[in-house]
Design a protein around this ligand. Structure first.
Ligand code: G3I
Length: 305
């Protein structure tokens, strides 16, 4: 393949990117998007604060711009994210208890129903575990509604959009030896054993010097896949530059390619200047839209599969 998407497609995988609606008028950005990627994630436009800014009033204008652009171009869409402790609208941030639980489930139901049949995979719940050595759930208003809030969200999503894959998505879950990774693994194992509807686990894969690509990444992805779920790399970016960065990208791609149930890779933006990171050069295209060494190493790794 001569593009990321066509190279990934040769092994039945997708290659995606996060997209921001306000960049769809940038011709350089759109040119790269249309050429290189076959999966799209809305960077912010499908989040709870964007889609339900006032309680019970749903707005899909910006999300639809992204979904329609993707579908008109023959690309698929990952839905991000139905339930999350962060990026909640103000009205939800101040809620608690059973009222919050009902509001969260209504949000999941409404958004998943609106997009029914159009989403490849939903990040149903995002970032529900704490960092550090405890393996505990992250404290949040949603967690305080009861430990079963995650499975309740998955059941609501399945009822609303039965053909979409339903994912749990998190960061710092790449290293198999970390407590957070083990805790997510045990949750997925428990969900599978009890019939809670979960189809996939997303690994955000935001890497930097303090959180490098682990040498056991393949082990992590394979162990999760062995639970009977697909795995996906959902928000990949790697701080750095040059051949060091290119080698790290290669390692991530090779880890996915080595796991048959690793169905695709999404990078979290197109050009370095599109990255959520305030400074740095973590993506595959430079700020002018030129291919970086990391791009070439990813393309070559995909083509070697
Ligand atoms: O659009 C407004 C603008 O009008 C306003 O003037 C400006 C002032 O702060 O804010 C702009 O919104 C910002 C938005 O990005 C668009 O740029 C928000 O403040 C800012 O919080 C938001 O950041 C996003 C962040 O999620 C929010 O949690 C990043 O773009 C987005 O890349 C990032 O993505 C997350 C994933 O969803 C989950 N995993 C981690 C990943 C990286 O943090």
């Amino acid at each position: 393949g001569t593009t990321l998407a066509s190279a990934a497609a040769e092994s039945g995988r997708y290659f995606g990117t996060a997209v921001a609606a306000n960049k769809l008028s940038d011709s350089t950005y759109v040119g790269i998007l249309n050429r290189e990627f076959d999966m799209v994630t809305a960077e912010n436009e499908m989040k709870m604060d964007a889609t339900e800014p006032n309680r019970g009033q749903f707005t899909y204008t910006n999300a639809d711009r992204i979904v329609n652009h993707a579908r008109n171009q023959g690309k698929r869409v990952r839905g991000h994210a139905l339930a999350w402790h962060s990026q909640q609208p103000g009205w939800m941030q101040s809620m608690e208890g059973s009222a919050l639980r009902q509001a969260m489930l209504n949000h999941v139901t409404q958004v998943a129903t609106y997009y029914r049949g159009k989403i490849y995979a939903w990040d149903v719940v995002n970032e529900a575990f704490a960092d550090g050595s405890t393996g505990a759930r992250r404290d949040s208003n949603l967690q305080r509604t009861g430990n079963d809030w995650i499975e309740a969200a998955f059941r609501a999503a399945r009822a609303a959009d039965p053909d979409a894959k339903l994912c749990y998505n998190d960061y710092n879950t790449d290293n198999w030896s970390h407590a957070k990774t083990q805790a997510v693994y045990r949750m997925v194992q428990d969900f599978k054993s009890r019939g809670v509807p979960i189809d996939c686990v997303g690994f955000q894969a935001h890497f930097n010097s303090g959180n490098p690509v682990p040498s056991n990444y393949h082990t992590t992805l394979q162990n999760f896949a062995n639970l009977g779920v697909d795995v996906q790399i959902t928000e990949l970016d790697i701080e750095g530059s040059g051949s060091t960065q290119a080698q790290q990208y290669q390692g991530v791609v090779q880890a996915c390619l080595a796991v048959s149930r690793c169905t695709g890779i999404t990078v979290w933006g197109i050009r370095d200047s599109d990255s959520w990171r305030a400074s740095g050069t973590p993506l595959l295209f430079d700020s002018s839209g030129n291919k970086k060494a990391a791009y070439t190493s990813v393309l070559n790794a995909l083509n070697a599969a």
